[in-house]
Ligand binder design. Structure first.
Ligand SMILES: Nc1ncnc2c1ncn2[C@@H]1O[C@H](COP(=O)(O)OP(=O)(O)OP(=O)(O)O)[C@@H](O)[C@H]1O
Ligand SMILES: [Mg+2]
Length: 366
């Protein structure tokens, strides 16, 4: 369910800080509000604090400062068995001495659910992950992917309101991974579960989530729906972390509302959208997606600034063409064009002109 479906805060982090050693903060002033039913992904480089946030939400770690609330109640005041949190971690740790069915029944036994209801719920959970035939096996008799599906079923079997998943698909091959991505989001939405999901994989984050929180250095750099994150990054970290981007550096030369021109360090003038710059003379990194670069001048406005470029490499990729250019002092400028019937195939050594719509080129912090 989309974030706008309800404005009630279900999960809240308020000014949360965490230090393990009493000196360095690994989570710095984290603020986050999630409505019920939202699927939120924490994405970010290694060591940026994602698992720490999940552990605090689960109650396994305590926040050094600030407050974490579930359904309006501070997590510190909710006893573990009343938290109603399902968890799937990367090392999915099924109980090895129990069968699959016993593994799934365990969280229900803990919650004092009677035998017949237990059996019914276990069956339903196994069917959900298409593992109905495997109830009698022990974890060691399953493949890695099957074990992960059982771990997922175990996290969902007691119909928790909140599920936390820390890289649950880490060990799977591409095909099974994509299947499980679909399965997890389908289940989460069908059951109305609020989900906090952690991954390193940006495609996974973009395809699965209602909103993505991009972490770096213990802070949320941007919290936004996938399309917003991709198309309107708020700072240069997010621009470079999400998807492929060309980066050029320069100084703001003119600034008028949302529009600016930037004098590149290589001397050329370009058009951009002023996203994270405040004054003429500011240093800036401008960021432009490979698929938003235009090689056909007729498609640009007559007064658009263009750049001269030399084709260094043309790669045929089937659905798209990927061309590397020497432009504005860099040899790493990449453009992507669709393999349409009328599309030109550029050749190495060719001299071309490129440009873009000002709104597609983001002037960000340097
Ligand atoms: N139990 C601990 N004791 C001390 N420091 C820790 C502990 N757990 C994590 N840290 C440190 O806290 C920081 C954040 O770690 P965290 O595990 O939250 O990162 P992460 O974003 O989950 O990284 P990854 O993507 O590699 O899993 C790291 O610098 C890490 O070394
Ligand atoms: Mg982690």
């Amino acid at each position: 369910m989309a974030a706008s479906a309800t404005d009630k805060a279900f999960v809240e982090f308020e000014r949360v800080q965490k230090s393990y050693d009493g000196e360095t903060l690994v989570v710095k002033d984290l603020n986050l509000t999630m409505p019920k039913g939202e699927f939120l992904t924490m994405l970010g480089p290694s060591g940026s604090g994602k698992t720490t946030c999940l552990m605090m939400l689960a109650g396994f770690e305590t926040a050094t400062h600030g407050d974490i609330r579930i359904g309006g109640t501070s997590i510190n005041n909710i006893p573990p068995h009343k938290r109603g949190i399902g968890m799937v971690f990367q090392n999915y740790a099924l109980f090895p001495h129990m069968t699959v069915a016993e593994n799934l029944a365990f969280p229900l036994e803990v919650r004092k659910i009677g035998k017949s209801e237990r059996e019914e719920k276990v069956k339903r959970a196994l069917d959900m992950v298409q593992m109905g035939q495997f109830g009698g096996r022990r974890p060691a008799q399953l493949s890695g992917g099957q074990q992960q599906r059982i771990a997922l079923a175990r996290a969902l079997v007691f119909q928790p309101e909140l599920v936390l998943m820390d890289e649950p698909l880490g060990a799977l091959d591409k095909q099974l991974r994509e299947h499980m991505q679909f399965e997890i989001t389908r289940l989460a939405h069908e059951l109305g579960i609020t989900t906090v999901y952690v991954t390193h994989d940006q495609t996974e984050a973009l395809t699965m989530s209602d909103r993505v929180a991009v972490f770096n250095d213990g802070r949320i750099q941007q919290l936004a729906p996938p399309d917003k994150l991709y198309e309107a990054p708020e700072n240069s970290f997010v621009a470079q972390f999400i998807g492929e981007n060309n980066t050029l550096t320069g100084k703001v030369e003119t600034l008028s509302g949302e529009r600016c021109t930037v004098r590149l360090d290589s001397g050329e003038l370009i058009d951009a959208r002023a996203v994270n710059v405040s004054a003429v003379g500011d240093r800036t990194k401008v960021s432009i997606r490979p698929e938003r670069v235009e090689i056909n001048k007729d498609r640009l406005s007559p007064d658009a600034h263009t750049l001269k470029a030399e084709v260094l490499e043309f790669i045929y990729m089937g659905d798209i063409f990927r061309t590397r250019l020497r432009v504005a002092g860099t040899d790493e400028f990449v453009i992507k064009t669709r393999n349409a019937p009328d599309q030109v195939r550029l050749e190495r050594g060719q001299q071309i002109e490129i440009g873009w719509l000002a709104e597609d080129c983001h002037a960000l912090d340097a």
